[in-house]
Design a protein around this ligand. Structure first.
Ligand code: 2HG
Ligand code: ZN
Length: 445
């Protein structure tokens, strides 16, 4: 491939058999074969790639660790995958500035670990946190259980280094929470899935590491009883750092076929609640909580040590992979509704007759609604089921993606269901920032 000959500071892969792994991520989709995969090792490679993309007319698709759930890093027609796994740079923590600098290639696990080693906390915790790369979490604005209290990735970014269409890396933001000189352009790049430019590094905000955890298993007999709880707790000043749930179908499947630890899970449905503020294991705190829960507190179990806490989280963390293994062709969505509309959402889902099972982040209304039989469903029927699901979430003041993003998987639905003025504005931005449409073409908008 002439277009890639003599590319400086880069490793280039174009042997078709070696390109195969780059056609998949953690979504149910498969990309086309890319022209090549380039692993840049420095800014010269990116400058040259942008130049060649413009002159030879191919697109550039960014890739982190390939753990995305919406197909954002999958190659489309006439594209080159830019794999940032070998992008250079170290993780540097500044306790004085309560921040951390890291390259896009840094594994999120190491980012969180470097902060923790100095008693500091970087909260974003997508389910893939042990295998994903920081760059991917920035491009997709990743979430996770802790978003319930701490917010999303975008709430923890102070500054960004990003490749723009001039082929250069530019920095947006500074190492302080206060930076108000004009609109925050860096925020536009976070969660944009690489359509405006590629994030190559970031300065992240940190906070002191919580040291006390109250981790609770809350089994219920009637699963609807869980649905008002997130709102009730928040309204009463109890903000959990995580509030996860399994509906009866998911819990039954975990119990019947899951690992040993899952077989002991109690209840017809189950919530995992965690608090992490100082004093959350004290009697007054827990008594207040029990009062609030009333009769629901009857089966409550409190993890008594770190091992038990880890055991509970291990089951929650494997749920996605476990269901995928049992239902390889399932489709998993990640709609959101405001906490106060959770009951209305599940009533609506029943009314639609949607054959779905659910688990996920009840505390912030972000639900992983799974269509287990998607593979055996007539594609036209499936399409209707998904659109009905998205419409229901939107009609309740929610949205079609809480944390996984749009990518390829939800592009059509996003275009069909969004305010046309918003899509027009996004397209105008795309034209302004990437007039030749070289950055992740065919994604999101
Ligand atoms: C989780 O919360 C992840 O487990 C994955 O966001 C959910 O597979 C899924 O849909
Ligand atoms: Zn999730």
């Amino acid at each position: 491939m002439d277009a890639f000959k003599g590319l400086p500071e880069a490793k280039v892969i174009w042997d078709p058999s070696e390109l195969e792994p780059f056609r998949v991520d953690e979504s149910h989709l498969r990309g086309v074969q890319p022209l090549a995969v380039v692993k840049p090792h420095g800014p010269r490679a990116l400058r040259e790639l942008v130049h060649r993309a413009k002159t030879e007319g191919f697109g550039l698709v960014p890739r982190g660790a390939g753990t995305g759930k919406a197909g954002g890093c999958l190659p489309t027609e006439r594209t080159v995958v830019v794999d940032f796994s070998e992008w250079p740079g170290d993780i540097q923590v500044s306790p004085q500035d309560l921040c951390l600098r890291a390259p896009a290639s840094a594994p999120l696990r190491e980012v969180k670990g470097s902060a923790e080693a100095l008693g500091l906390f970087y909260p974003p915790d997508p389910n893939s946190w042990e295998s994903c790369a920081l760059g991917g979490t920035l491009a997709t604005n990743a979430g996770g259980p802790n978003a319930c209290k701490y917010g999303m990735t975008r709430h923890w970014v102070l500054a960004l280094d990003a490749l723009l269409e001039d082929g250069e890396i530019h920095t947006f933001g500074i190492s302080s929470v206060k930076a108000n000189a004009g609109p925050a352009l860096g925020q536009l790049l976070i969660g944009s899935e690489g359509i405006f430019g590629f994030i190559v590094g970031a300065t992240l905000r940190l906070t002191p590491m919580p040291r006390e955890f109250a981790t609770l298993l809350l089994p219920v007999k009637r699963w609807e009883d869980l649905l008002d709880l997130p709102g009730l707790l928040c309204g009463a000043g109890y903000l959990p750092s995580a509030f996860e749930f399994f509906d009866p179908a998911v819990l039954a499947e975990l119990r019947a076929h899951g690992p040993e630890a899952a077989r002991r899970l109690p209840g017809e449905a189950l919530a995992i609640l965690e608090f992490d503020e100082r004093g959350c294991t004290s009697e007054p705190f827990l008594e207040g909580l029990l009062d609030l829960l009333g009769p629901l507190a009857d089966g409550l179990e409190i993890a008594s040590d770190a091992r038990q806490r880890q055991g509970i989280w291990a089951v929650r963390r494997l749920t996605s992979a476990f269901l995928k293994e049992r239902h390889p062709k399932k489709i998993s969505e990640d709609i959101v509704v405001p906490r106060s509309r959770l009951r209305d959402f599940f009533l609506g889902l029943d009314r639609l007759g949607c054959p779905a099972v659910s688990y996920g982040h009840l505390g912030d209304g972000n639900l992983h609604v799974n269509l287990l039989a998607a593979g055996e469903t007539d594609p036209v029927v499936l399409e209707h089921q998904l659109m009905d699901l998205f419409r229901l979430a939107i009609s309740l003041g929610g949205t079609l993606s809480g944390e996984h993003g749009i990518g390829l998987a939800k592009r059509d639905a996003f275009l069909a269901l969004s305010d046309p003025a918003q899509i027009q504005a996004l397209r105008a931005l795309k034209r302004a920032l990437d007039p030749q449409n070289i950055f992740n073409p065919g994604k999101v908008i």
